[in-house]
Write a protein that binds this ligand. Structure first.
Ligand code: NCD
Length: 366
C-alpha cells in the first residue's frame, strides 16, 4: 500500500505526475469535484497546524469527499495515554485515508505499520514534512518554470526545520541544483543530513552566517521560522530568535527574478512590507498547497485498491537490515513515548559501526 512518509517515497516521475494532476485540477476543478465521492479523509493532528490541516480538508472537500478528525490531541484518547499504533488501528477502520501530524519523529512509521489505509505524514517533529515539499515543488515549477539548475538559499532554523530537510532531500535529485545554507552555527543543518544528501551526492553547497552576503546569488530564498517548540531551552531560543529578518532593504540586494518562499507561519523573519514585493511568493505557495494535496489524495486512494479499505494491515516498513536493540538517544524520537515499541537501527552507510534510528533517523552508536 502506498503511504507518503518521506518525500523520497515518491520517484521524480511520480512527482512530475502529481504536479501535472495539480495543474489539471487548477485549470478545471469541476472535472474533479466528485472524484472522491463517498471517501473519507481523517486528519489526525497531534500538533498545531493551520495550512496543512485545512488545505488537506479543503482538498478532500473539493474532491467531493468528506473529512473527520481532530486538530488537538487533547481532545483525542492520546490524552488518556493511547498509543499512536492503537489510535491508527482504530481510525483506519473509520476512514479511507489518513493525514497525520505528530510532534515525535518517526510517529508516521508506526502509523504505517498499524493501518488499513494510506498514511500521509503532515509533519513529524523536526524530521520530515513531505507534503510541504510537494507544495514547494509545485510553487517552484510555477514561479521559476523549472526544478533544475537553481541556486536555493535556505535561511533560518536548518536544524529543526522539517520543511528544510524534506526540501533538500527532494531538490538533491534535480540536476544543476546548488545550496546556500544560511543559519547561525547552533541551527546548522544536521551533519548526517548534509553528508547524505548534499556532500555525498557531490552537490555544490556553501554555508554562511549572513543573509546580506548570500542573497545576491540566489534564485530562491527559502526563509524559515526559528522552531521555538523544539528548543531545549527558552533562553537559547530568545538568543537566536531574531537571527534573520528579511526587509525591503535586503531585498534590494537580491536579483530581480529571485523568489522568496516560506512555508509559513512567519513570526518576524520576514517584515510585512516585503509582502508587497512581487518576488514574495509565500501566499501563492500556500494557495498551491491545496491542489497538490488533491493530486496526492487521488493518487494514494487509487493505489489502495480503488479506494477500498484493506482488511489487513499495511506492509511493515522495517527494512531487512534493521537491527533490533539499543535505545535511541534523541529526546524527540517516538520511541521515547510509544510503549513497547521494538527499537531498530539501520546502518548509516557513512562508516563502520555507525547506525541511525529507524524511526527518527538520529545517529546511534551502539
Ligand atoms: C511548517 C511546519 O509545520 O513545519 N508549516 C507548514 O506546515 N506550512 C513550518 C513551521 O511550522 O515553521
Amino acid at each position: 500500500m502506498g503511504h507518503l512518509l518521506n518525500i523520497l517515497d515518491l520517484s521524480v516521475e511520480e512527482i512530475d505526475q502529481l504536479i501535472a494532476t495539480a495543474d489539471a485540477i487548477m485549470e478545471n476543478p469541476e472535472d474533479y469535484q466528485n472524484a472522491c465521492q463517498n471517501k473519507i479523509l481523517a486528519t489526525l493532528f497531534f500538533e498545531p497546524s493551520t495550512r496543512t490541516r485545512l488545505s488537506f480538508e479543503s482538498a478532500m472537500l473539493g474532491l467531493g469527499g468528506r473529512v473527520l478528525g481532530f486538530s488537538d490531541s487533547s481532545s483525542s484518547s492520546a490524552r488518556k495515554g493511547e498509543s499512536v499504533a492503537d489510535t491508527i488501528a482504530v481510525v483506519s477502520a473509520y476512514a479511507d485515508i489518513i493525514a497525520m501530524r505528530h510532534p515525535k519523529e518517526g510517529a508516521p512509521l508506526i502509523a504505517a505499520n498499524h493501518t488499513r489505509v494510506p498514511i500521509i505524514n503532515g509533519g513529524d517533529g523536526g524530521h520530515w514534512h513531505p507534503t510541504q515539499t510537494l507544495t514547494d515543488l509545485l510553487t517552484i515549477r510555477h514561479e521559476k518554470g523549472r526544478l533544475e539548475g537553481l541556486t536555493i538559499g535556505l535561511c533560518g532554523d536548518l536544524k529543526f526545520g522539517r520543511t528544510v530537510h524534506s526540501l533538500i532531500e527532494a531538490m538533491s535529485r534535480y540536476n544543476g541544483v546548488r545550496f546556500v545554507l544560511i543559519s547561525p552555527q547552533e541551527l546548522a543543518l544536521p551533519a548526517l543530513e548534509k553528508a547524505r544528501y548534499i556532500d555525498g551526492k557531490g552537490i555544490p553547497c556553501r554555508e554562511c552566517r549572513s543573509l546580506e552576503e548570500a542573497i545576491g546569488e540566489l534564485d530562491i530564498l527559502y526563509m524559515t521560522r526559528i522552531q521555538r517548540e523544539r528548543f531545549a531551552s527558552e533562553e537559547e531560543y530568545q538568543r537566536l530568535k531574531d537571527s534573520y529578518i528579511l526587509t525591503p532593504e535586503k531585498m534590494e540586494l537580491a536579483r530581480g527574478d529571485m523568489i522568496v518562499m516560506h512555508p509559513l507561519p512567519r513570526v518576524n523573519e520576514i517584515a510585512p512590507l516585503v509582502d508587497e514585493d512581487p518576488r514574495a511568493c509565500y501566499f501563492r505557495q500556500a494557495y498551491y498547497g491545496r491542489f497538490i494535496r488533491m493530486a496526492l489524495i487521488l493518487k494514494l486512494l487509487q493505489e489502495s485498491g480503488k479506494g477500498k479499505a484493506q482488511p489487513d494491515k499495511g506492509r511493515p516498513h522495517f527494512p531487512e537490515n534493521a537491527l533490533p536493540g539499543g535505545v535511541c538517544k534523541n529526546p524527540h524520537c517516538i520511541t521515547t513515548t510509544e510503549q513497547g515499541l521494538p527499537q531498530r537501527f539501520t546502518p548509516a552507510g557513512e562508516g563502520e559501526g555507525e547506525y541511525r534510528c529507524l524511526y527518527c533517523e538520529a545517529e546511534y552508536t551502539p
